[in-house]
Design a protein around this ligand. Structure first.
Ligand code: PEP
Ligand code: MN
Length: 332
């Protein structure tokens, strides 16, 4: 249950009421808010006299629910606003991993050339094998920050575990929580307190309910800038790396109040399928795309098979604008 307290209730009182009722305390510009488990169906006794409005939900998809907020929440990624009443779709592109200054600068230049506003690149890579390239760590974050300054790009980079979350939050414009980190409550709680937008990827073995509830951890920590990212789930199929769950995207668009972006690169796993999938995603009327592109995919240190080269990416990007326009969206 989400409980809006009366405007006269002070923050101090709200905190006291939260402790008494075992609720999470939040506030927005207008009011103090308490959130309890959705299993609680009646206003706790301690709160009588202090309540303005209550919202009941069937399950713990509450703050992220479109039943609570009909309009999408807005998220600011650099100079681009997505969600809210905008019709913007943002392109976030760049290599899987930041590998060297030369490589990430080449990607930054490509974004600049195409007028794209957000550059991605991982520095703390969540690899399946300990023997694979693990990322440049802090050195990579500094290279990304350099690209932001030089090319005026918003930076998107991922956090692998809670040990380096402060560094990622400090350097990045958007904190990416990867599929394998979706259940890491240390990360989710830190993101809830961060003053940066969070791009939350769906765990490849997670249900839509679990995915939405991971977003609830961030929202209930006080950070309203959360973007959901579908990046493929594991099914019986082995010919593609994962299966992009477009039905799930429809669910998220309808039932949540969070912007939704899609990552066809990780879902497909092979570059040949990425352009078609990207166009299909764009046609769904989504808030953005996340695509891996590398100056020379053959020598990429991670996810080599799925990254587009610059020429392929230019051709794809050029084909997306019209598809966006057909569904009333503009791609930046
Ligand atoms: C990535 O974006 O490079 C990545 C590791 O993605 P995911 O967490 O979806 O596997
Ligand atoms: Mn990758």
């Amino acid at each position: 249950m989400i409980i809006h307290l009366k405007p006269s209730v002070t923050e101090e009182k709200a905190l006291e009421l939260a402790t008494l009722s075992g609720a999470i305390h939040l506030k927005d510009e207008q009011r103090q808010i308490l959130v309890t488990s959705s299993k609680i169906r009646q206003v706790p006794n301690d709160l009588y006299g202090f309540v303005d409005e209550t919202f009941l939900f069937e399950n713990d998809l509450q703050l992220a629910s479109s039943e609570y907020l009909k309009a999408k929440r807005t998220v600011q990624i650099g100079e681009v606003t997505i969600g809210g009443n905008t019709t913007n779709s943002i392109m976030i592109a760049g290599p899987c991993s930041v590998e060297s200054e030369e490589q990430i600068e080449s990607s930054a230049q490509l974004m600049k050339e195409l007028g794209i506003k957000a550059l991605r690149g991982g520095c703390f890579k969540p690899r399946t094998s300990p023997y694979s390239f693990q990322g440049l760590g802090l050195e990579g974050l500094k290279l990304l920050a350099k690209m932001r300054e030089k090319y005026d790009l918003a930076i998107v980079t991922e956090v692998r575990d809670a040990t380096h979350i402060d560094a990622v939050i400090e350097y990045t414009d958007v904190v990416q929580v990867g599929a394998k980190a979706m259940y890491d409550h240390g990360i989710l709680r830190a993101c809830g307190k961060a003053n940066k937008p969070v791009l939350l990827k769906r765990g490849f073995g997670s249900s839509l309910q679990e995915f939405a509830q991971a977003a609830e951890f961030i929202l209930s920590g006080g950070n309203t800038q959360v973007v959901l990212c579908e990046r493929g789930i594991r099914t019986f199929e082995t010919k593609t790396r994962f299966t992009l769950d477009l039905c799930g995207v429809s669910f998220l668009k309808e039932k949540t109040n969070l912007p939704v972006i899609l990552d066809p690169s990780h879902a497909m796993g092979y570059s040949y399928g990425v352009p078609d999938l990207s166009r299909a995603c764009m046609a769904m009327g989504i808030d953005g795309l996340l695509i891996e592109v590398h100056p020379n995919p053959k020598v990429a240190k991670s996810d080599a098979a799925q990254q587009l080269n610059h020429e392929e990416f230019r051709a794809l990007y050029g084909s997306l604008e019209q598809i966006g326009a057909a569904v009333g969206r503009s791609l930046t």
